[in-house]
Design a protein around this ligand. Structure first.
Ligand code: G6P
Length: 610
């Protein structure tokens, strides 16, 4: 989703801004722009629709020279994908603004500003901010005070950076609902919506909190809290070393990340199982104090992370002996729900910034939950900072918009959570040992599953001319079928639906014909015979099936059924193992369709607006 980069330095900063935008590309965007204050006090700006490369090329032709500047990648919300709607927006050639989030009262402000004589060059909500600051500047000598007065009038979510042509070297920033991080350099300082953007220039970061504003120049950063009181925020040293060009031998980040899953899971397990138990500090210091009293788990998440939560429900209820509900965050936050006694609110999020999930976490604090825990891949994210407990998935930076290794490592975390809660709820030492044994085999099983790559690539052409597909699974494989369907639609743009196989006869059977491939996930588990009946229902109606099955499940391929044997694994880890072939299938189909695999159209990696 939208990305922000800003810099004030003694050196020319166009390249730094462009490199920052490049590093934010993975978040998803549809246009990009930058504005630089040159030595003559003139703001020069370039914007382009499409990729950052197009912006780079444009700047290459007309270099922008200056030491203070702001830049942005836009993911359209208000107003189409046009150059005029791309950020930065500039009022009267003097106040330049970039903004992430949504200003909900923009229509009212727009009318007011029009009444004051301002004309609008875009359809965006953001443009009201720059005119508003410009207007406030008439009565406030100080830029910071003008921005403060302007943001008081805003309703909605924003992370915004303001530059004034009369104030070389100065940037004023405000955070409310959209993350911002300040990067600290020597004789230079930076701002970004994601620290990845700034790793080439600094490893020292200061995270703004909700309601914070900051006044930044080359040598000083002053932070003020929501009440306007000067505050100190901690400085964190990052060991991040993400290389934006780092696809290694792989054609796409997504493929690289699919192949990284055995090592990501190894990392996730490293040092976390001690003496046959999940180590006490896996969820944070003192976590056992909270977990020992938990009688119910409420999981809230979006997208792929929601599917991880759905798998976890099977585990938590069958092994840990706690009841568990799983809900999409955008629904949970807007309905009145019943809070169970001693209930733990668990958020799952690779980014830790998804607006709806974060809002659900904040809401849970008012609702009387016993505590909160996040399963997350970004240690510095809002969710990690605002949750009582956190489990870090340690998947490493995930660049592909379609989540892969973040998902499988979330599942590892959720199995550990099952163990951690289960130990207080009658899960025997033997049961725990079985889970741990099974978990330890997981990296090797994932490696074996990756060996299917060539076979799956070979069958991908059979999907490329299809418009619809159906994914079937039962039990823990039902959410995996959902995840498989989501992957396929995300990156190949083929309509894909997932059904619990038992529901087949309640609707989807009507859709079956030779033009709708049916993908079946079939490990050798206790539901296998039931699933086989469902397979027969499809066969009888002339459906074409692709069955990912354990060899011992004894499926026989024929004209209506292609069988892809998946390595035999313990039932417990099967949802994680069977995820791999489905990821590979979506990847190879997308390759044939020629889509933008790492940045699929209209999607974003970090969804910071609701
Ligand atoms: C976006 C991403 C998905 C992700 C979802 C939830 O839609 O493209 O890959 O699953 O957001 O994100 P989260 O960061 O909360 O896991």
């Amino acid at each position: 989703m939208c990305g922000i980069v800003g810099a004030t330095s003694e050196r020319r900063i166009s390249e730094i801004l462009l490199e920052g935008l490049k590093r934010l590309e993975y978040r998803g965007y549809d246009s990009a722009g930058l504005a630089v204050l040159n030595d003559q006090g003139v703001i020069e700006s370039v914007r382009r629709t499409g990729k950052v490369q197009a912006l780079k090329d444009a700047v290459g032709e007309h270099p922008l020279s200056g030491t203070t500047g702001i830049a942005h990648t836009r993911w359209a919300t208000h107003g189409g994908v046009t150059e005029a709607n791309a950020h930065p927006h500039i009022s009267d050639d003097c106040i330049a603004v970039v903004h992430n989030g949504i200003i909900e009262n923009h229509e009212k402000l727009r009318e007011q500003l029009k009444g004051l004589g301002y004309t609008f060059a875009s359809d965006t909500d953001t443009e009201v901010i720059c005119h508003l600051v410009h207007h406030e500047r008439k009565t406030h000598d100080d830029l910071f005070e003008a921005v403060q007065a302007a943001i008081k009038q805003l309703e909605g979510a924003y992370g915004t950076v303001v530059m004034d042509c009369r104030e070389p070297g100065r940037l004023v920033v405000a955070r409310s609902g959209s993350p911002l991080v300040i990067g600290l350099g020597i004789g230079e300082n930076f701002i970004a919506s994601d620290q990845l953007a700034l790793l080439p220039v600094t490893h020292k970061f200061m995270y703004l909190e909700e309601g914070d504003m900051a006044d930044i120049n080359r040598t000083e950063v002053k932070v003020y809290d929501a009440k306007g009181t000067r505050v100190e925020r901690d400085i964190h040293e990052s060991d991040g070393n993400y290389d934006a060009g780092g696809k290694g031998e792989y054609r796409h980040f997504m493929l690289k990340e699919i192949h990284e899953q055995p090592s990501a899971v190894r990392n996730a397990l490293e040092g976390r199982i001690v003496d046959g138990h999940v180590a006490d500090d896996v969820f944070g210091n003192g976590s056992l104090e909270l977990l020992k009293d938990i009688e119910h788990v409420q999981i809230v998440a979006c997208g792929t992370s929601y599917h991880a939560g759905m798998v976890a429900r099977y585990w938590l209820e069958s092994m840990a002996g706690v009841s568990c509900n799983v809900e999409i965050a955008s629904e949970f936050r807007y309905r009145t729900s019943h809070v169970h006694r001693n209930s733990l609110l668990v958020t799952i999020s690779q980014s830790g910034e998804t607006a709806d999930t974060l809002a659900a976490l904040r809401l849970s604090k008012e609702l009387g939950y016993k505590g909160s825990l996040t399963i997350c891949n970004v240690s510095t994210s809002s969710m990690v900072r605002e949750s009582d407990l956190a489990y870090m998935t340690r998947a490493g930076t995930e660049i592909g918009v379609a989540s892969t290794k973040a998902f499988t490592t979330q599942l590892v975390g959720l199995l550990m959570l099952t163990l951690a809660i289960g130990q207080f709820r009658g899960m025997s030492a033997e049961q725990q040992e079985t889970v741990i044994k099974s978990l330890k085999t997981l990296p090797a099983k994932l490696e074996e599953a990756l060996l299917l790559s060539d076979a799956i690539e070979a069958l991908a052409p059979e999907f490329a001319d299809k418009f619809h597909s159906l994914f079937l699974g039962r039990g823990t494989q039902y959410p995996i079928a959902m995840e498989g369907a989501l992957k396929l639609k995300e990156i190949s743009y083929i309509h894909a639906e997932a059904y619990a196989a038992g529901e087949l006869k309640h609707g989807p059977l009507a859709l079956i014909d030779a033009d709708m491939p049916v993908i079946v996930v079939a490990p050798n588990d206790e539901l296998l015979e039931k699933l086989k009946s469902n397979v027969e229902e499809v066969r009888a109606r002339g459906g074409i099936m692709y069955v990912f099955a354990d060899k011992d499940a004894h499926f026989k391929g024929d004209n209506s059924m292609r069988v892809i044997n998946v390595t035999h694994c313990d039932e417990l880890i099967a949802p994680i193992v069977y995820t791999i072939p489905l990821q590979l299938l979506s990847y190879f189909v997308a390759i044939i369709k020629g889509t933008d695999v790492d940045q699929p159209r209209n999607l974003a990696k970090s969804v910071t607006v609701e």
